[in-house]
Design a binder for this molecule. Structure first.
Ligand SMILES: Nc1ncnc2c1ncn2[C@@H]1O[C@H](COP(=O)(O)OP(=O)(O)OP(=O)(O)O)[C@@H](O)[C@H]1O
Ligand SMILES: [Mg+2]
Length: 508
C-alpha cells in the first residue's frame, strides 16, 4: 500500500518548443506504491512531462529527484538504471520483428558465444505471457498483429523490466474492455508489491477506479493535486477542462433507429485471411451504426475492406444503389470518409503540416491554378479544418507528428469534414481524445447523421458505443453475433455478446 515516501519528484520544470512554452514551473511528486494519475486536456503537457522524466526530451529548467537525491536523466537507459520503465503513447514496436524480439529489444539474452539466444528469449517471453495471460505468442511477427495486440506487447515490455516505477501513457487507448481489465488486475498486483505507477488516460472511469492521487495539468501549468476521496467525476472534469460534462449517457440507453433509405448495403463480405466471413448488414440514411466486440473480433478488418484498404475475398459493397469496387481512391470519390484505428501509421503523415495533411485527402476538391493547387486555398481549408474541430495549437504549419496525441486524432477526423460525405467510417474515433473534446466529436458525428450521412463507429469504449449509436452490431470471431435495435442496451449486454456469454449468465 502507498506510504508517504516520495520516490520521484520533479520541481520547477520548464520546457518550450520553438519559443512556445509547453511546461511552466511544473511540480510533480509520486510516492512509493501509489497509482498516480496525470490528467489534463489534449496538449496540456502530460506526455512532454513524461518524456522529460524519462530522458527523451531535455528540460529547459528544473530538477528531478529520485528517492530523495537529485538525478540527471539524459536518456532512456539512465531511467532504466534507476528502475523506471515507460510505456509511451506512441507505440514503438518494430513490425518486422517477433513479439519476443520486441519485448527484449536491446536486452536480449546471450549464449556462451555472445550471440542472441533466441530459444531462451522465446522461453522468457512465453513465461511473461503466461504470467500475465496475454493473448500473444513469442514467435509471431508483429506486422501481422493489430494495434491492440501491439499495445499489449508494449505493456509486456514495460512489465518485463521489474521496475520500481512504471509509467503508462494511454496504455488502454487501443484495448477493449476485456484486455483493459487484465491490465487493471496487473496494476493492482503491482501496487501491492509497492511498485509506483504513473497513469495517463482519457478514459475517466479507469482513472476513478485505479488512482490513489491525481495531478492535473492545465495549459502546461499545475492546476491541482486531488486526493483519493476527491477523485469523483464532477470534480475531476471540472478541474481538468473548466466546465461540466455529463458522462452518464453512456451506461445504458434506449436505442432508436428507423428503417429509412438504405445508404450502405454490405452483402456476404468475406476476408481473404478468414478474419471475418459472410458479413451482411445495412446502414441507413442518417443512422449511426455502432460496432462492438473484443479485440480481434474482425471489426477493424471489416471496415478496412469496406473502405478498400484491404481487398476482400468475396462479397459486395453497395453505396446508394451503386456497387463499389472498394479502393481508397474509389471510396474517396464515392464520398466515403475513413478514420483508421492506427492513426500514426495510416491516418496522417507525421512530417507534414496540418495544411498538407488536410490537402492530401482533399486534393480533388481544392481549386487549382492549372495543375497545381494554390497555397492560399490549401491554407484556407486547413484553417477551416482547425476551427471545425478545435485543433490545438491552431497553427496550420505545425508538423502533425509533434502535435499531442489527441490533436493528431483531430487532424485525422477534421480532414474528412471538409468534404461532402455519404458515408463516414470511424474506427476508435476518440482514442486519446480528452473528455471535453470527445463530447465535441460526438456532436460532430450526430450533426453529420442529421445531414443524412450514414455513419459507422467501431469502438472498444463501451460508454462511447452506447452514447453515440442509434443501432449496435456486435462481432465475435469474425461473425456478427448480435444486433441491438430499438431495445434498451447496457454495457454488460454488449460485453456479454462480445464474449459469447448467454445473457442470463451475463456479468453485471
Ligand atoms: N517535439 C515537439 N515539437 C514541438 N511541439 C511539441 C513537441 N512535443 C510536444 N509539443 C507540443 O507540446 C504541447 C503539449 O503536448 P503533449 O504531447 O505533452 O500533450 P498531452 O498532454 O500529452 O496531450 P494528449 O492528451 O493529446 O496526449 C502541445 O502543444 C504539442 O503540440
Ligand atoms: Mg500525450
Amino acid at each position: 500500500m502507498a506510504n508517504h515516501e516520495t520516490i520521484l519528484e520533479a520541481k520547477g520544470i520548464y520546457k518550450s518548443f520553438s519559443g512556445v512554452p509547453v511546461l511552466q514551473d511544473v511540480r510533480f511528486e509520486v510516492r512509493r506504491g501509489e497509482v498516480h494519475a496525470l490528467m489534463g486536456e489534449n496538449g496540456a503537457g502530460k506526455s512532454t512531462l513524461i518524456k522529460i522524466i524519462t530522458g527523451v526530451y531535455t528540460k529547459d529548467d528544473g530538477q528531478i529527484y529520485w528517492e530523495g537525491k537529485p538525478v540527471e536523466i539524459n536518456n532512456y537507459q539512465d531511467c532504466q538504471k534507476l528502475g523506471v520503465a515507460c510505456i509511451y503513447q506512441e507505440l514503438s514496436v518494430i513490425p518486422p520483428l517477433t513479439v519476443a524480439q520486441n519485448v527484449f529489444l536491446g536486452r536480449e539474452p546471450k549464449n556462451a558465444f555472445g550471440l542472441i539466444d533466441h530459444k531462451k528469449m522465446n522461453e522468457m517471453t512465453q513465461e511473461l505471457i503466461d504470467k500475465y495471460e496475454f493473448p500473444l505468442k513469442p514467435t509471431t511477427i508483429v506486422d501481422n498483429l493489430g494495434i491492440g495486440q501491439r499495445q499489449l506487447i508494449e505493456i509486456l515490455k514495460g512489465l518485463s523490466q521489474n521496475s520500481k516505477l512504471l509509467i503508462m501513457d494511454e496504455p488502454t487507448a487501443s484495448l477493449s474492455g476485456k484486455e483493459a481489465e487484465m491490465l487493471f488486475r496487473i496494476i493492482t498486483t503491482l501496487r501491492e508489491q509497492n511498485v509506483s505507477i504513473i497513469y495517463i488516460s482519457h478514459r475517466l472511469e479507469e482513472v476513478y477506479r485505479l488512482s490513489d492521487r491525481l495531478t492535473i495539468l492545465r495549459d502546461g501549468k499545475n492546476e491541482a493535486v486531488l486526493q483519493k476521496e476527491e477523485i469523483v467525476p464532477a470534480k475531476v472534469i471540472k478541474t481538468m477542462i473548466g466546465k461540466e460534462v455529463d458522462e452518464s449517457a453512456g451506461s445504458k440507453k434506449m436505442l432508436h433507429s428507423e428503417d429509412t433509405e438504405v445508404r450502405l448495403d454490405v452483402q456476404n463480405l468475406t476476408d481473404k485471411a478468414d478474419r471475418f466471413r459472410n458479413i451482411s448488414f445495412q446502414v441507413h440514411r442518417g443512422e449511426i451504426l455502432g460496432f462492438g466486440g473484443l479485440i480481434g473480433a474482425g471489426r477493424t478488418e471489416l471496415v478496412r475492406a469496406i473502405y478498400g484498404v484491404d481487398q476482400a475475398q468475396s462479397g459486395t459493397v453497395i453505396l446508394d444503389g451503386k456497387t463499389l469496387s472498394p479502393s481508397p481512391k474509389n471510396s474517396i470519390l464515392a464520398g466515403i470518409g475513413f478514420v483508421p484505428e492506427d492513426r500514426r501509421n495510416q491516418g496522417f503523415i507525421p512530417l507534414l503540416s496540418t495544411t498538407r495533411n488536410v490537402a492530401l485527402t482533399n486534393y480533388d476538391i481544392l481549386p487549382k491554378n492549372g495543375l497545381s493547387v494554390s497555397d492560399a486555398a490549401e491554407l484556407e481549408m486547413s484553417k477551416k479544418a482547425i476551427s471545425s474541430i478545435d485543433i490545438r495549437p491552431a497553427d496550420p504549419g505545425k508538423q502533425v507528428g509533434v502535435m499531442s496525441g489527441g490533436n493528431q486524432q483531430k487532424v485525422v477526423l477534421g480532414k474528412w469534414l471538409m468534404r461532402d460525405l455519404n458515408l463516414l467510417i470511424v474506427d476508435e474515433p476518440t482514442a486519446g481524445i480528452d473528455v471535453g473534446a470527445k463530447d465535441e466529436i460526438y456532436r460532430i458525428l450526430e450533426d453529420l447523421a442529421r445531414q443524412g450521412v450514414a455513419v459507422i463507429v467501431v469502438t472498444s469504449d463501451l460508454q462511447e458505443l452506447i452514447r453515440v449509436s442509434h443501432r449496435i452490431l456486435v462481432m465475435r470471431k469474425g461473425d456478427i453475433v448480435k444486433e441491438f435495435k430499438n431495445v434498451e442496451v447496457t454495457q454488460s449486454k454488449v460485453l456479454a455478446a462480445g464474449q459469447g456469454v448467454a445473457e442470463e449468465e451475463e456479468a453485471s
